[in-house]
Design a binder for this molecule. Structure first.
Ligand SMILES: Nc1ncnc2c1ncn2[C@@H]1O[C@H](COP(=O)(O)OP(=O)(O)O)[C@@H](O)[C@H]1O
Ligand SMILES: Cc1ncc(COP(=O)(O)O)c(N)n1
Length: 504
């Protein structure tokens, strides 16, 4: 109201209060306002001036609760919440206008937009005739007033005009007389156009007129357009302080919402607009998990495979030391063969990574595989020629899965496929490690996978992959989980294949 510090406002979610009537059919009034505020990026609140009995065909009744009750609602809000913008709609009676007026004078919200609702689209009165004078005085306290053509004439105390140039001239007179910006609306014109214009003649000089062209949409879904537009404006102006841009964006949003209204199939006469049509089309209604939720979900998804790994002969015998040395050496040989190509898949993840931090992680993991792990295995290679072995069918199967995933070139899916080799291995290692003791034949090996560096690398891999999954589209997230589960199955087979290969 007061031309407060709106221009200086930084972009954040504006807290926008609608002071308006209730339309139980959801197309106009506070119901439309709350939808509009949300659709345009604000946090909506609503203090109800009046309850209407209404559908798309008309208003059957109006109940106005005591004006003191409205005042209590308004005080409860301003006592607690910093309000960035107020949108005012249906006020019903002189008494209600008076309450809103005194509250505005006391609280002085930084932005006040008044939609001077007088008559509904259906033709029903929503403001007592004798309240018009009080409403006109309220206009002076506002930053922006958004009258339709008949409402503009009443505020101007002039006859209703019929052409767009006359509308602009009348809006300029209102702007100068009341010291308020006027959004002149052309919805009630006849013809193919539905223009609007921001008219500012507050300085008393030549009015500044910014026009916003619009094509008239052939539809009967115009119930609540005025409510919706004024709420969108309050929200967008509060967010940016850029008046012309806010009007342009609000009008574009309104047009797409009007266009999508008919498809809602609400009511038989003046149906509502679809406030969320654009959002639903561009953003959908699908939810996304957090990385922590992905982590929990994926780990649970492979629970039965993990149980099969833990309960398998190989891991059990490795843990209790009863594993035949030949089996173990065969396993190490296959693991060495595996790691050479696993390192190539890691290198491909490094190539695809979008950030240098992730690139470095995958690249150093690749190096770690080649250097550290091969060294470990070579230290076990006293059995010599087994390390010249060729990959088993199981090893080849796992590697084909990884290299095919790498070749498809989707970074997120590849990262998911690479993860079980960290996560499952670390998990198994953390249970095997405590079983190591001085006489354990595989003590060296058991300690390797529980060391801190591998723990850190595993956490980092989980962090990267779960963040990618949280950000992914649902189909990519599904593909990631499939790749992750498939790799886990290959881990199980890899262990299983090594049991009982050695000659007695
Ligand atoms: N059929 C339509 N096609 C496109 N825009 C429309 C249509 N009807 C109304 N509008 C737009 O809706 C907003 C409100 O319109 P208007 O009918 O003038 O006010 P009110 O709803 O207060 O009577 C304006 O931006 C106007 O241009
Ligand atoms: C509670 C309430 N407030 C306002 C309107 C005006 O809406 P319209 O945009 O259809 O003129 C309405 N019909 N009902």
């Amino acid at each position: 109201m007061s031309g407060g510090p709106i221009e200086a406002r930084v972009s954040r979610v504006p807290r926008v209060l609608s002071i308006a009537g209730s339309d139980p059919s959801g197309g106009a009034g506070i119901q439309a306002d709350l939808k509009s505020i949300a659709a345009n990026g604000g946090y909506g609140m609503a203090a109800t001036t009046a309850l209407t009995v209404q559908n798309t065909q008309g208003v059957r009744g109006v109940h106005v609760p005591p004006a003191s009750f409205l005042r209590e609602q308004l005080d409860a809000l301003s006592d607690d919440i910093a309000i960035d913008a107020v949108k005012i709609g249906m006020l019903a009676t002189t008494e209600v206008v008076g309450v809103v007026r005194s509250w505005l004078e006391q609280v002085r919200p930084p932005l006040v937009v008044l939609d001077p609702v007088m008559v509904a689209t259906s033709g029903d009165r929503l403001l007592d005739a004798e309240a018009e004078l009080a409403l006109r005085e309220l206009v002076r306290l506002c930053d922006l007033v958004t009258p339709n053509i008949p409402e503009l004439a009443i505020i101007a105390a002039e006859p209703v005009v019929e052409t767009w140039p006359e509308v602009l001239a009348q809006a300029a007179r209102v702007s100068a007389a009341y010291g308020v910006r006027v959004l002149a609306k052309g919805g009630h014109l006849s013809g193919a156009e539905a223009p609007d214009a921001l008219v500012d003649a507050r300085s008393g000089n030549v009015p500044v007129v910014t026009e916003f062209a619009g094509i008239r949409i052939d539809t009967s879904n115009t119930h609540g357009t005025g409510c919706s537009l004024s709420s969108a404006l309050a929200t967008r102006i509060a967010a940016t302080g850029e008046w012309a841009a806010a009007v342009a964006e609000s009008k574009r949003w309104l047009s797409e919402s009007i266009r999508a209204g008919a498809a809602l199939q609400v009511g038989r006469r003046h149906g509502p607009i679809n406030h969320f049509a654009g959002m639903w089309q561009r953003g959908g209604v699908v939810t996304a998990p957090t990385p922590a939720e992905v982590r929990e979900h994926w780990w649970a998804e492979i629970a039965s495979i993990r149980a099969q790994i833990d309960g398998g002969d190989f891991v059990r015998a490795l843990g209790d030391g009863s594993l035949k040395r030949g089996d173990f050496v065969w396993y190490l040989a296959q693991d060495a063969l595996y790691l050479r190509d696993y390192a190539r898949a890691l290198a491909e993840a490094a190539r695809l990574a979008p950030t240098t931090a992730e690139q470095a992680f995958w690249a150093s993991s690749a190096e770690g595989c080649i250097v550290t792990e091969l060294q470990l295995h070579e230290s076990w290679a006293t059995e010599g020629e087994v390390f010249a072995a060729s990959p088993s069918a199981t090893t080849t199967g796992y590697l084909n899965h990884l290299l095919a995933t790498a070749a498809r070139g989707d970074y997120a899916v590849l990262a998911a496929a690479l993860l079980p080799c960290f996560w499952v291995y670390h998990d198994v290692g953390s249970r095997l490690h405590p079983l190591a003791h001085a006489e354990h034949p595989y003590a060296d090996w058991l300690t390797t996978y529980a060391d801190q560096a591998f723990t850190d690398a595993t956490e980092r891999a989980i962090t990267i992959v779960t963040a990618l999954a949280a950000d992914a589209t649902p189909p990519v997230r599904d593909a990631m989980l499939t790749a992750f589960r498939t790799s886990t199955e290959h881990e199980r087979e890899f262990f299983a294949a090594a049991f009982g290969v050695a000659a007695e």
